[in-house]
Design a binder for this molecule. Structure first.
Ligand code: 1CP
Length: 336
């Protein structure tokens, strides 16, 4: 563990010869200690209790010595602040009720307070900062991704209702993503005040939009968030392909988190040196065995060798079936 590398890499100042490393979803179901806690508490109980938030956030730091922590929470908690009901069903995923489907539904989301609903997250951040000096990443969903969950009513296999809405009434869809952007900016500003060192915005479903539609509603709403933020390095996550990263880099975040099917070496050439690149091992590699993990991790490290703005991570969240010894092999490979 090294408490300076992550923030140095975001500023382009990491000359240590090794990149910082952390994993998206690093506190999660692949960890036996997490599964043991889940025997006693539902996922939302964990998300609502500041001392459990701190405890779960620390689990992967203690076990693997990651160079950054990410606050244990979920991008969908904001649905509760909108007055919607959120639940996670085993084998189904998240369910948001009632779904947001019309202009009239958007009006109902206006004028809400993020507190006290999200104060558990802020208290979790403050507690973590008292207990640990590891850099802490706060996060939120990007407005388009949050909008699509609210509209579809939870997990989805396609953007049926979202796409219909964009086609039928782009102006009221714009009003929805703008509204979410304003709440998201306010929420991140509260996280910054509570003590986070960096923030990651997850636009997990952006790649389902055509690039021109993404430019308008996806990147446009992220820009609206960024212009309202207090000072804090921002990492933008999406799953590519390349044109999406080019659009996002135009918003001048501190860093971009890259999906595993995009070449970071090519992106470094096309985007220049002024932005941190985070990623991008295929999470499926971590399902294999320690020798494959070492070989593929070394390949990634060599391809980005000496890059002062490289943050080693996966191309998407770690999978629940990942063997713990493979995560150890991955982190040891980066650290040595
Ligand atoms: O059963 C369980 O224990 C819950 C599993 C779980 C966990 C551990 C969910 C349900 N969310 C999380 C935590 C979580 N979610 C973190 C925690 C910090 C970390 O350790 O990294 C983060 C950053 C998220 C973000 C998140 N939640 C995203 C964006 C990132 C991504 O993976 O693209 C998304 C899309 C979600 C929604 C979500 N949360 C959980 C589920 C099952 C889903 C739905 C996914 C889907 O729609 O298919």
């Amino acid at each position: 563990m090294n408490n300076t590398l992550f923030l140095q890499a975001l500023r382009g100042e990491n000359r240590s010869g090794r990149p910082p490393v952390w994993l998206m979803r690093q506190a999660g179901r692949y960890m036996p200690a997490y599964r043991a806690l889940r025997e006693k508490h539902s996922f939302l109980e964990l998300c609502h209790d500041p001392s459990l938030i701190t405890k779960v956030t620390l689990l992967p730091i203690q076990e693997f010595g990651f160079d950054a922590a990410i606050i244990f929470s979920d991008i969908l908690l904001i649905a509760e602040a909108f007055g919607l009901s959120l639940r996670f069903e085993e084998g189904v995923g998240p369910i948001i009720d009632p779904p947001v489907r019309s202009h009239a539904d958007v009006a109902k989301l206006k004028g809400r307070s993020l507190l006290p609903t999200l104060s558990c997250v802020l208290e979790g951040i403050r507690l973590f900062k008292k207990e640990s000096s590891v850099p802490l990443i706060g996060f939120a969903g990007a407005p388009f991704t949050i909008a699509s969950y609210l509209i579809e009513g939870g997990s989805f296999s396609g953007l049926k209702y979202t796409t219909e809405w964009v086609e039928r009434d782009p102006a009221s869809f714009q009003a929805l993503v703008d509204l979410i952007a304003d709440y998201t900016a306010a929420y991140i500003n509260l996280q910054i005040e509570a003590g986070i060192d960096a923030v990651q915005l997850f636009d997990s479903w952006a790649h389902l939009l055509q690039p021109d539609i993404f430019s308008r509603f996806g990147a446009g709403s992220i820009k609206r968030v960024l212009t309202q933020l207090k000072t804090c390095p921002v990492i933008l996550f999406c799953r590519g392909p390349e044109p999406y990263y080019e659009i996002l880099s135009g918003l001048q975040p501190a860093g971009l988190s890259i999906g595993w099917d995009t070449s970071m070496v090519a992106l470094r050439k096309s985007l220049g040196q002024g932005i941190a690149l985070q990623g991008n091992l295929d999470p499926n590699i971590l399902l294999t065995n320690t020798s494959t993990v070492k070989r593929e991790t070394l390949k990634l490290l060599k391809s980005m060798q000496g890059d002062p703005r490289f943050i080693c991570n996966l191309g998407h969240g770690i999978l629940p079936a990942t063997p713990v010894e493979n995560v150890h092999a991955f982190v040891e490979c980066v650290h040595s």
